[in-house]
Design a protein around this ligand. Structure first.
Ligand code: L34
Length: 298
């Protein structure tokens, strides 16, 4: 019998989308246009196609105009940069998202650097990363901000808590650590070279697993009662007779749920939050772009 409470990211994201829909309608009324998000997908990575499709549907549902640009895998860096320049100038576009990972041969850092920081709703541009690091307002990466929202909803004030972030990527681990630090947690970033990872994780009140290794975090790594946020989305090889493999996180869900106080599922945890926060950041970008004050409660 599992003892942990389930943190329902899917339900929380639905509530957030409802608030965003109200904000988008109010914006459209004031600005006489919808907020706009440009989504760029290069190549045909199947997972990226699923996520980009979900983002476009979510935009439509809340009243954000989405402009999809699907480019072939052999697109040149110059062609992609010129599209981004066009989107930077486009008054109907408040936010620009280039879905990662990009096909080999395209320099992700150069592409991110070309996006106007004012339209960088992913929060990947170095200017926005720097703002987060020094505590200035800017765009915050969607996945870590979604995790923080779930944590605050569950735990309230996070001050003084021990948080261990497993993974040090620029898009999840590092910004997650910055957000937890800003929320007054004591933060450890663990990674592939961490000595005695299990023992480090065992001191955590909050565990964020963002490594991309299926079911790596085990029950005996978890302090009883800890809150566990699973950012991993790993597709296992298909079982006999099945077309698609099962989706699992970076946490061995069933056994960890016996020990943790609360845990996010995969799917239905962090993934839906990533998309809802993207809409939230786009709405924020639209207000800044139009010189309107940000709506409250987002
Ligand atoms: N530029 N690239 C950019 N921004 C992002 O924020 C992302 N990310 C990550 C990959 N590349 C990106 C996403 O959108 C991961 N990601 C993402 C978004 C949504 C979901 C998963 C990853 C999601 O909706 N997951 C569902 C399951 C979907 C399925 O069935 O495959 C879930 O319930 O977890």
């Amino acid at each position: 019998m599992a003892s942990a409470a389930l943190i329902d990211g899917k339900a929380f994201a639905a509530g957030l989308r409802a608030r965003i829909a109200e904000g988008a309608a109010a914006f459209a009324h004031q600005a006489a246009r919808q907020p706009g998000l440009a989504v760029v997908l290069v190549g045909d990575d199947p997972a990226s196609q699923v996520y980009v499709g979900a983002k476009a549907r979510a935009c439509a549902e809340v009243g954000i105009a989405s402009f999809e640009h699907r480019l072939p895998a052999d697109t040149s860096e110059a062609a992609l940069l010129s599209l981004i320049e066009r989107l930077n100038q486009d008054e109907a576009v408040d936010g620009i998202l280039v879905q990662m990972p990009l096909p080999g041969g395209l320099d992700e850092a150069a592409i991110i650097a070309a996006i106007s920081p004012d339209k960088d709703v992913d929060g990947f541009h170095v200017l926005n990363a720097g703002r987060l690091s020094v505590g200035q307002p800017g765009f915050i990466p969607c996945t870590p901000l979604g995790c923080l929202m779930l944590l605050k909803d569950r735990l309230g004030d996070l001050a003084g808590m021990e948080a261990v972030v497993i993974g040090r990527s620029n898009i999840v681990g590092k910004p997650m650590a910055q957000l937890l630090l800003a929320a007054n947690c004591t933060v450890t970033i663990a990674h592939s070279r961490t000595r005695d990872l299990a023992q480090v994780v065992r001191r955590a009140d909050i565990v964020i697993a963002a490594v991309g290794r299926p079911e790596m975090v085990r029950a005996d790594w978890i302090k009883p009662g800890a809150t566990v946020i699973d950012v991993g989305i790993n597709r296992l090889p298909p079982e006999e007779g099945k077309a698609k493999g099962r989706l699992v996180g970076d946490v061995a869900f069933a056994e960890v749920a016996e020990v943790a106080g609360a845990i996010t599922p995969v799917p239905g945890g962090v993934g839906p939050m990533t998309i809802a926060v993207l809409l939230r950041n786009t709405l924020e970008a639209a207000h800044r772009h139009a010189g309107l004050p940000l709506p409250e409660g987002l």
